[in-house]
Design a protein around this ligand. Structure first.
Ligand code: OGA
Ligand code: NI
Length: 353
């Protein structure tokens, strides 16, 4: 069984290669059951209510408490916000996306050197979500690599294109710094000390999920990524175009607008656990387009791989009994190595009955 899975993985076809055939239809494997298709008529495309947070307010003591209130409201309502004036230069964001595109444009053989079915691999090129276990495939190719501390990992990253390590590295370093800044704000918005788990956040794991979604001849039948929540504390997403959709608490989908220079912040499962359920991780998915390819870089931050984390003791009391058992990023990886996203979520295994 195991050997068979590995074999089929080794011979996978990237979506990019499928797309280059310029066919009018998509292979059967990518067609979602009708109920799971991304019906555009059920999606809010106005998205004017989605929060945009100006981090310049952090620099002005008079505005700091307003910022904390805005972050609290955004986390409570959606687990999602966009940030502007976040301190990462647009050129650094663009260089990272450009180097990602150059990587995906390499000949197939060069990319396949990084292919692996093992979700524990620190560098991994693949397609769909977890192609070894997915029943339906998703219209996405990706390379994922660990990034913190950078010096420990970049020797494993692609050496081609030649500027990849430098450009993706600068962006990774900048997002690590931004994550720490944002965590302080989010912790404060929960009424916790901004130093809470400070060293674990500094030494935390960072996985860059670099995604390529080619244009798709049947965007109504397929998805780039199925609905899921991210496993970590916060995800910082840099994108070349619109395509992310988030679900609100009434199960309504909202299309996230593309705002030049902004970054998308999403709460992950680890923060839901730490907050003892005060904040929830955001379900999200990626749709694909008939006309346009899309690239995104999701910087997935979490506490260190084997660090077990449960609800913050300060957030547990009689009105808020402890709602989750401890879990870790490593526990999540063990879980998804055998289960597809549709078969259940790791965080549900941590919920107290
Ligand atoms: C992810 C993800 C969404 C996107 O990589 O976890 O949700 O818009 N990506 O690429
Ligand atoms: Ni995600």
């Amino acid at each position: 069984m195991e050997a068979k899975r590995e074999m089929s993985y080794d011979s996978f076809t990237s979506v990019m290669a499928l797309n280059q055939k310029c066919e009018e239809n998509i292979p059967e494997r990518y067609i979602l059951p009708p109920m799971q298709r991304p019906d555009p008529s059920l999606v809010d495309h106005i998205s004017s209510g989605l929060p945009i947070i100006d981090l310049l307010m952090l620099k002005h003591p008079a505005h700091k408490s307003q910022l904390i209130d805005e972050v609290h409201a955004a986390c409570k309502k959606l687990g999602f916000f966009q940030v502007i004036n976040h301190g990462i230069p647009t050129s650094v964001m663009k260089d990272a996306l450009d180097s990602a595109e150059e990587f995906f444009n390499l000949p197939n053989d060069e990319k396949m050197c990084f292919a692996s079915a093992d979700v524990h691999e620190p560098v991994r090129y693949g397609t769909s979500v977890n192609h070894g276990v997915d029943r339906v495939f998703y219209w996405r190719d990706f390379i994922k690599h660990y990034a913190n501390p950078l010096s420990e990992w970049t020797h494993l990253w692609p050496s081609n294109p030649p500027s990849y390590k430098e450009k993706m590295g600068s962006y990774a370093k900048a997002t690590h710094v931004l994550h720490k800044k944002l965590m302080e704000v989010v912790l404060e918005s929960l009424g916790l000390n901004t130093n809470y788990l400070h060293d674990d956040i500094e030494e935390g794991s960072q996985v860059m999920a670099v995604n390529y979604y080619p244009s798709c001849p049947k965007p109504d039948l397929a998805l780039g990524m199925p609905p899921h929540t991210d496993y970590g504390t916060l995800t910082i997403l840099n994108q070349s175009d619109q395509g992310l959709e988030i679900m609100d608490q009434d199960n309504k989908w909202h299309s996230v607008p593309f705002i030049q220079g902004s970054l998308i912040i999403q709460l992950g499962d680890q923060l839901e656990v730490m907050s003892n359920g005060r904040y929830k991780s955001t379900p999200h998915r990626a749709v694909v387009s008939l006309q346009r390819k899309r690239l995104s870089i999701a910087s997935l931050h979490s506490l260190p791989l084997e660090k077990k984390v449960g609800p913050a003791p300060q957030l547990v009391d009689q009105q808020h009994p402890i709602a989750y058992k401890e879990g870790s990023f490593g526990g999540f990886l063990d879980y998804i190595s055998v289960k597809s996203l549709s078969q259940g979520k790791y965080i549900d295994t941590l919920k107290n009955p």
